[in-house]
Design a protein. Structure first.
Length: 500
C-alpha cells in the first residue's frame, strides 16, 4: 500500500503575511510624558495669548482652557484603557480597526495623518516667525511672493526646511536620542515659563489688576468661553501621541494613563501661565486694541528689555522643538502601522537596519512638510485649522471603541475578556467622551458657531476628504489578494488580538 502524503494545513496568518515588523522598546516614562507635553504646547502658548484674549478676555481664556483640559482628561480615560489593552503602534488607527473595521480605521488614520503632518509643518514655520521677530536679517532676504497677505522670503523657507531635515535626522538616528532630547527640551521650556510668570508677578510695573475686565466689552461670556473651549482639540493635541509610540514603551503600558493626565495638567498650566503673564504685564485691553503681531513679545520686551525677549524666545524655541520632535514621532509611527497593515503601501513599514526606526515614514513626513514653507504661514494656518476636525474625529473613534469594549459591572464575563473591562463608571465616561468629541466637531462645523471653520479651511478639508477617497479606492484596486480578518488582526495588533 502506498503511503498517503500528510494533509497540508493552510498557511497561518503569520506565514502568509510574513514576519511582522516591530519596533524596539526603548522609551522611558519621562520621555513619553515629555512627548505628550511638548507636543501639546508647541508655539501657541507663547504666540497666541493676545489673540485668545481678544476673543474671550483673560478670564474667558483661562476658563475655556481649563474646561478644555478637563474634557481632554475625560477623553484620556478611554486612551488609558486602550493603550493598556492594545500597546501597539498606530494608536487610534488600531482602536478604530478593532472596534469598527478596516474602513473606519482608514478614515481615522487618514485624518490623523493630516493633523500630525500639518502640525510638524506649522512648527517649522513658527521657527521662521521667531527668527523674523528676533533676528529679521537672518530670514528676510530674497522676497519670493505674497500669499494671503503674507510675504514669503527665501530665507524663512531655508530656516524652516533646515529645521525639518535636522529633526528628521534626529528621529532616524534612534528613538532613544529623540526621547532624551524631548525631555531636556521640556525641562528648559518649563524653566522659561516659570521665569517669565514669576518675573511679571514681582515686577512693580505689572499688576493682576491689568486682567480686568475679564471679558471683552460687548462679548457674551458663554459664547466667548466656548470659542476657547473649541480649540482644545488643537491646544492639547499631543497627549494622543502617546499611543502612537506604545509599542516602544520600556515600561508597563498601564502607566500611560497617568503620564497623559500629568501632561494635560502641565500643558494647561503653561497655557494659563502665559495668558497671566501677557495680561498682567499691562492693561490687556490696550494690548488687544493695538493689534500687535506678537503681543506677548511686546509685553516681555517692555517689562524686561532684551532679557525678557530672550527668555520668551527660549520658551518658543523649546516649544517648537518639542512640537517638531513629538509629531515626527507620532506621524511616522502612524504611517508605519498603516503600512504594516497594508492599508497604505507596505514600504512605510520598513525600518532602519541599525537604529530600528521607521525611516521611510520619517522621511515621507519631512518631504511633505518641506513643501509647506513655500506657501507662507497664512495658507498653512488654513490647513492646520481644519486639521482640528481630524483630531476630533480620532478622539471620538477612540472613545467609541472604549465604550464598545467596556461592559457594565454586573455583566457576565466573556472568554478572552481583557482585565478591567467591566466597569460601569468607565463605560459611562467613555460614552461622555464620545459625546464631547461630537460636541467639538459640531462647534467646528456648525454654521454660526463661535468656532466655525473659515471658508479656506473648509475647502482644504473637502480636498483632503476627496484625496483620501481616491487613494483608498486606488490602493484597494491594486491589491491582488485581500488579507483575511485573521491576517489583518495579526498585522495591526500582533499578539494583542481581542474580540470586541
Amino acid at each position: 500500500m502506498t503511503a498517503q502524503p500528510p494533509a497540508t494545513q493552510p498557511p497561518t496568518a503569520e506565514a502568509r503575511t510574513g514576519d511582522r515588523t516591530t519596533l524596539e522598546r526603548s522609551l522611558k516614562p519621562q520621555w513619553v510624558w515629555a512627548v505628550a507635553l511638548g507636543s501639546a504646547i508647541g508655539w501657541g502658548a507663547f504666540v497666541l495669548p493676545t489673540d485668545w484674549m481678544a476673543t474671550a478676555g483673560p478670564l474667558g481664556t483661562i476658563i475655556g482652557l481649563s474646561v478644555g483640559a478637563a474634557l481632554m482628561c475625560l477623553i484620556a480615560v478611554s486612551y488609558g484603557f486602550l493603550i493598556r489593552t492594545f500597546p501597539v503602534s498606530g494608536g487610534e488607527y488600531a482602536y478604530a480597526y478593532t472596534a469598527f473595521g478596516r474602513l473606519h480605521a482608514y478614515i481615522c488614520g487618514w485624518f490623523l495623518t493630516l493633523g500630525y503632518t500639518s502640525i510638524v509643518a506649522l512648527n517649522a514655520s513658527a521657527l521662521a516667525l521667531l527668527f523674523r521677530r528676533m533676528v529679521p536679517w537672518v530670514v528676510e532676504w530674497v522676497p519670493l511672493w505674497e500669499i494671503a497677505g503674507w510675504q514669503v522670503y527665501l530665507g524663512e523657507v531655508v530656516v524652516a526646511s533646515l529645521a525639518l531635515v535636522l529633526f528628521a535626522v534626529f528621529n532616524v538616528l534612534g528613538t532613544t536620542l529623540s526621547g532624551r532630547m524631548q525631555f531636556v527640551f521640556c525641562l528648559i521650556m518649563l524653566a522659561a515659563v516659570a521665569l517669565l510668570l514669576i518675573g511679571v508677578l514681582v515686577h512693580p510695573g505689572a499688576s493682576l489688576g491689568n486682567l480686568v475686565p475679564g471679558f471683552p466689552d460687548g462679548a457674551v461670556p458663554l459664547s466667548a468661553t466656548l470659542a476657547i473651549v473649541a480649540i482644545a482639540p488643537w491646544a492639547f493635541v499631543g497627549f494622543d501621541n502617546v499611543p502612537q509610540a506604545a509599542e516602544e514603551f520600556d515600561f508597563a503600558p498601564s502607566k500611560a494613563f497617568g503620564l497623559i493626565i500629568l501632561a494635560i495638567i502641565a500643558a494647561a498650566g503653561i497655557y494659563v501661565a502665559m495668558v497671566l503673564a501677557t495680561g498682567a504685564a499691562g492693561p490687556w485691553t490696550e494690548l488687544v486694541a493695538g493689534e500687535p503681531v506678537w503681543g506677548t513679545a511686546d509685553r516681555m520686551a517692555g517689562l524686561f528689555g532684551p532679557i525678557g525677549l530672550l527668555a520668551l524666545a527660549v520658551g518658543v524655541a523649546m516649544g517648537v522643538f518639542t512640537g517638531l520632535n513629538g509629531f515626527f514621532i507620532s506621524a511616522s509611527r502612524l504611517l508605519f502601522a498603516m503600512g504594516r497593515a497594508h492599508t497604505i503601501p507596505s514600504v512605510f513599514a520598513k525600518v532602519h537596519p541599525r537604529t530600528g526606526t521607521p525611516t521611510v515614514a520619517i522621511w515621507f513626513v519631512a518631504a511633505v512638510c518641506l513643501v509647506a514653507p513655500w506657501f507662507g504661514r497664512e495658507a498653512l494656518v488654513w490647513v492646520v485649522d481644519m486639521s482640528s476636525v481630524g483630531v476630533t474625529i480620532a478622539y471620538t473613534y477612540t472613545c467609541l471603541a472604549a465604550f464598545r469594549m467596556f461592559r457594565l459591572s454586573g455583566a457576565p464575563e466573556r472568554p478572552g475578556e481583557p482585565e478591567g473591562v467591566r466597569s460601569t463608571v468607565k463605560k459611562v465616561m467613555s460614552g461622555v467622551g464620545a459625546l464631547v468629541g461630537v460636541g467639538f466637531f459640531l462647534l467646528l462645523m456648525t454654521p454660526g458657531s463661535p468656532a466655525q471653520l473659515g471658508i479656506p479651511s473648509l475647502v482644504a478639508l473637502g480636498v483632503w476628504v476627496v484625496l483620501g477617497a481616491i487613494f483608498f479606492l486606488w490602493h484597494r484596486a491594486r491589491q491582488t489578494t485581500r488579507l483575511t480578518d485573521q491576517e489583518m488582526d495579526h498585522l495591526v495588533l500582533g499578539e494583542h488580538r481581542q474580540t470586541v
